[in-house]
Structure formats: structure tokens, C-alpha cells
Design a binder for this molecule. Structure first.
Ligand code: SF4
Ligand code: SF4
Length: 162
């Protein structure tokens, strides 16, 4: 539903501070309980948001790349690893290996990923709110809520329950 994305655009700045405070408080909660709740909310929110209506992560956050990601993508594109690295990879200011452009060079006009089956692990795992990953990535969620409408709505719904 595009409504959830529109709602996020309108409200994200206003709730930035309360969401940050809420996420900080979650540190004191039982990890398993919150991971299970996050997983349920993740499933529900992603039934209501179609990433193809959004693509904001692919537009604004260059994904981290592992060596395995790089060789898998290079192989898929019929390129040598070094060639792929020269064309698409860079070290960011923190020394992390990331895609060298935002929007991502593999993002297509219809918001589909050109290398979807071969995309980086970071793209598969984003936004780290399911599969028991929520608590271990707690520090990221308030910031991610500014980029990802799904994270925003997961936090909003969690705040109403907890
Ligand atoms: S590789 Fe695909 S999923 Fe990952 S940022 Fe680029 S377009 Fe998005
Ligand atoms: S920012 Fe979130 S909702 Fe938007 S495409 Fe990425 S994962 Fe999907």
C-alpha cells in the first residue's frame, strides 16, 4: 500500500526523537521476546508495503559488499573480479567495502534489481528486522526508520504495544 509510504514521508521527521528514545529503552527488554515481536511486525508490514513502490534503500544507502558478494556478482555479469571492483566498488570513509554509487547502478527504472538473485548479502538482510536480527542490530533501527518506511512502521506499531 502506497499509503504507508506516504505516511512515512510525512511523519518520519516528527517522530525521529521519540523513536530514538523508544529504541534505547528496548535495550533493557528481553531479547527473545522483542525479536519475536519484531518478526511478526516485519511480516505484517511487508505484506502492506511493496518494496517496488519504494526502493529508497537502493536509492540512498550503498550496500556493504563481501568478497563472496563481489565474486558472485562479477561471475553473474561475466566480468573478472578486478574488472567488477574497478567499475562498481569503493572503500567508504569508514574503510568498508561498498557499492560505489547511489542510486545503486543495478537499480532499474521500475525499481527492480537487475541482479536480484545475485544481490549482496546486505541487500538480502536489509532492514534487519526479522530472522531474530532485530535486537542484534538495535543501534541501526532509528536511523533506518528515516530511510525505510517498513522500519518506521515496525517501530510505530511496536511503540503502541510495548
Ligand atoms: S544490488 Fe540490487 S538490491 Fe542491492 S542496492 Fe543494488 S539494486 Fe538494490
Ligand atoms: S527502504 Fe525498506 S521498504 Fe523501501 S525498498 Fe528498501 S527495504 Fe523495502
Amino acid at each position: 500500500m502506497k499509503d504507508l509510504i506516504e505516511h512515512w514521508k510525512l511523519k518520519k521527521d516528527a517522530v525521529k526523537k521519540p523513536q530514538r528514545q523508544f529504541v534505547r529503552q528496548l535495550k533493557r527488554k528481553k531479547r527473545k521476546e522483542i525479536d519475536e515481536l519484531a518478526d511478526q511486525l516485519h511480516q505484517k508490514v511487508f505484506q502492506e508495503i511493496d518494496c517496488l513502490d519504494c526502493a529508497n534503500c537502493c536509492t540512498s544507502i550503498p550496500p556493504l559488499l563481501t568478497r563472496t558478494d563481489i565474486s558472485r556478482m562479477a561471475k553473474h555479469l561475466g566480468m573478472k573480479t578486478a574488472e567488477f571492483q574497478a567499475q562498481y566498488v569503493v572503500q567508504d570513509e569508514d574503510g568498508d567495502t561498498v557499492m560505489n554509487a547511489s542510486p545503486c547502478p543495478f537499480l532499474q527504472a521500475d525499481h527492480a534489481c537487475m541482479i536480484y538473485e545475485h544481490r549482496p548479502k546486505a541487500c538480502r538482510q536489509y532492514p534487519h528486522t526479522d530472522q531474530q536480527e532485530f535486537m542484534q542490530n538495535l543501534k541501526l533501527h532509528a536511523t533506518n526508520a528515516q530511510y525505510c518506511p517498513a522500519v518506521f512502521h515496525i517501530l510505530e506499531r511496536m511503540m503502541k504495544i510495548r
